[in-house]
Design a protein around this ligand. Sequence first.
Ligand code: HEM
Ligand code: CU
Length: 574
Amino acid sequence: MTVESLAQRFRLCPVTGLKVNRDSELLIQANAVVAVVAMLVGALAAIGLVLTRWQAIHLLPADQYYRYLTAHGLNMLIFWVIFFEMAVLYFAGPVVLGCRQPAPKLAWGAFALMVVGAIMVDAMVFTGRADVLFTSYPPLRADPNYYLGVILFAVGALIAVGLFFASLVVAKREKTYTGSVPLVTFGATTAAIIAVITLLHGAAVYIPTWLWSLDIGNIDPQVYRMVWWGLGHSSQQINVAAMVSVWYLLGGLTVGGVVLNEKVSRMAFVLYVLFISMASAHHLLVDPGMGSAWKIWNTSYAMYLAVLASMVHGFTVPAGIETGQRLRGYTGGLFEWLRKAPWSDPGFSGMWLSLVIFGFMGGITGVTLGTEQINIMAHNTLRIPGHFHTTVVGGTTLAFMAVSYYVLPLIFQKRVAFWGMARLQPYVFGGGIVAMAIGMIFMGILGMPRRHWDSSFAGAPFAVELPPAGELVQVLFGVGGLLAATGALMFIAIAVVTVFFGKPVTAEALATGASGIPQGVLKLPAQVHTGEHAERVHREGVKGTVVLVAIFFLCFILYYFTNWKMLSFLWKVG
Ligand code: HEM
Ligand SMILES: [Cu+2]
């Protein structure tokens, strides 16, 4: 290849100094755009769901509710999140390592497979041929083309993951970096390894189910559930690993956050890979097919090691941010580094909210609900979606939104449109999700089932009768849900208008600080690691983060033991 043609395929990013190749750049753009389209479908469906579960409105008839619920789960949890993760992999591999895209044609083929698969799935769902929810538990049965769509989508994703590994090999062989790979790439690598485990479970469950939908062979519902959750839960760990990688990336880009101890952070990522598949047992806690010993072993000892990994990151990310800010001179008191953070930069505010919502709400409720004994109170109630909307929405989705505010100027090279609205967007979305999740959690505690068209459960042996406070909780849920959906639509409008009509990021725009360019892009936060000031910062440590972690543990203990107390009332031993 001539020097000239090489130069055409790469550009040097003026802000980060990264060598960006054209193929990966286009792949990142295409995957991100499709991800946002999927989110639009999911968010519109969400509005229907909120207005149905809010009993005072009770909008949709039963069949439409389940159709929207199926569409929402698939377009949000599968299509939005995974298309975005493909973009993350194309970034964390070839772009961060500065190498070429190993096989661009194959990558586009994988992308096409995923798009065709997603369209097939949505076509089946919206024509009423797959009202099976995203878990499609047998004996519920969808049109064979639904399962085929899922399989095509998964094969495409598997190829893209393979190309990520190939880029690691290419970069190493062509010596485009020195030393060990950056932490962001390391985190993405663990996400990719888990993705392979996940997708193999996917093949093991969807291929036989597809055949069964064609009347070939049979499916055991209990085996299906176990293998399906090998896919369904492990894929959540991809989301967590990708989210944590984004936290580290944004910490560095927005406030010069440092990685305090590479080894500790890397070990924590490895724990995810080792223990996550077993933790999927928490989805089977009330299933008759498994014994208590199996349930308790898998959901406590094994799961806690994966939880430990998240708690390590939950400490090292804010500690790295605190150290970065202190190095930049914000050394006053416990929290000057946090008070003076760039709160109007949606890249920073989104990242920080994601960290807090995921840690304080997602983590605490997750460990509690995953406890075998406590789970019996919460099983299939709205407490469960209350929990996972704080992990996969308040955590992962918000982190992906936040990083988009840096992807738009750096990869699409466009100034973010509606900049004033963009500054507010993380607060609207994060605030809405928190309110909705608290609403769901309390509705669940009051006995309201999840995945049910009729919140009042009329005609059932156990009708749900809400105390007056329950009405208020529903209002909190409804208003929060509509606010969150508004935040999602704001994000979609900003992303689409920026991509298709945004003004370019020019040298002049960078020099004059034009609007639509986040502060970290205008001026990459510099870090000074040597000298007297740096030494003092490192000696004094991360006092603020230690206080935050102490508050976290207090909340954790309080919530956990409140739940045991509630259980003891149920069992009439308290
Ligand atoms: C945009 C704001 C959102 C709102 C207002 C919202 C609201 C809701 C509501 C009301 C339900 C139904 C709960 C039930 O009746 O059982 C639901 C279910 C669900 N949501 Fe969301 N959601 C939002 C975003 C997301 C996102 C971004 C994801 C994933 C990344 C997600 C994943 C799910 C899943 C997996 C379910 C369960 C589906 C099922 O039970 O089959 N949601 N959501
Ligand atoms: Cu799980």
